[in-house]
Design a protein around this ligand. Sequence first.
Ligand SMILES: Cc1cc2nc3c(=O)[nH]c(=O)nc-3n(C[C@H](O)[C@H](O)[C@H](O)COP(=O)(O)OP(=O)(O)OC[C@H]3O[C@@H](n4cnc5c(N)ncnc54)[C@H](O)[C@@H]3O)c2cc1C
Length: 320
Amino acid sequence: MTDNAANGYDVIIVGAGPAGLCAAMYAGRGMLKSLTIERGAPGGELLNTDLIEDYIGFESIRGWELAQKMADHAKKFGAVIVTDTVLKVRKADDAWFDVVTAHGRTHRAPAVILTAGGTPVKLGVPGELEHAGKGVSYCAVCDGAFFKGEVLAVVGGGDAAVEEADYLTRYASKVFVVHRRDRFRASKILQERVFANPKIEVIWNKRVLEIKGTERGTDHLVLEDAVTGGRSSLKVGGVFVFIGFKPNTGLIDGHAEHDAAGYLITDDRMMTSIPGLFAAGDVRSQLTRQITTAVGDATTAAIAVEKYLAVLRAGLTVGA
Ligand SMILES: Cc1cc2nc3c(=O)[nH]c(=O)nc-3n(C[C@H](O)[C@H](O)[C@H](O)COP(=O)(O)OP(=O)(O)OC[C@H]3O[C@@H](n4cnc5c(N)ncnc54)[C@H](O)[C@@H]3O)c2cc1C
């Protein structure tokens, strides 16, 4: 079923995390007719976060509560949020976008803001999901301060793992970096910083088999030696997993420029290399991924869409 030009969407927003909700709020304030499509409950990663203590203006707020406030705020300015999964975003021959969903609908608009975020790669071991948010974290900037004085483990060997291990030593009494190989993939300069940090100890050639703990948090890791197969345990008060993050960009039909890790590259108006397709938040290539950066991107994207549509409707060449 095609939900087409007759309904006259100016912009379709994919995802209703902080970026999507903020884009929807600004689109409403800009008098744009928007449709926001979210596969789950509005809030995105906020719904996987217990306490947020770094969103300016809110000294401490529960993730679900901030999500609710953002959704209410967006709806106050006319946001329409539907529950559906976007399967494909395709630019058609008439330069409008077809946004195809799992419920068999095709929504159409001349502009799309992709705010589908990304997913931290999980270890996939027993105890990981049970302790997520209660001792297991995927974000050092977000959760590091909750682990003051603790002994922590960082799992991984790439740039993110070694950089975040170094960052976590400002809170932790000690940080073990557990890596399944005998060398890091991380860049040399980051490795040197880690080797020089007296609070960090690297445990080479060890795989995490299980995360053990109680209701209140983690207690220890069960490790397996990648060479001998021998088992050992490592007592830790928290585990930070940095073994990759996958941006949700697979739904784009066609090539949009991205960086080596797959994050979308945009210009300073958040437009991707596909004219009319904007990206904001965690899906975008940038230095850091936080709620503040997601809503900042989204603000720019929604306002840029207004200007993009004005140029388009005046029959001028976009970018001229
Ligand atoms: C455990 C954890 C704790 C964190 N804590 C903090 C913190 O304390 N402070 C902070 O500033 N940041 C924190 N962050 C980071 C912050 O949550 C993200 O930077 C922010 O949520 C990014 O917003 P977003 O809207 O870009 O993406 P997301 O929040 O990931 O939202 C994307 C939305 O798109 C939806 N979606 C994806 N694909 C589709 C599809 N195909 N169709 C329809 N919908 C789709 C998803 O369901 C999701 O709701 C944390 C992250 C994690 C993982």
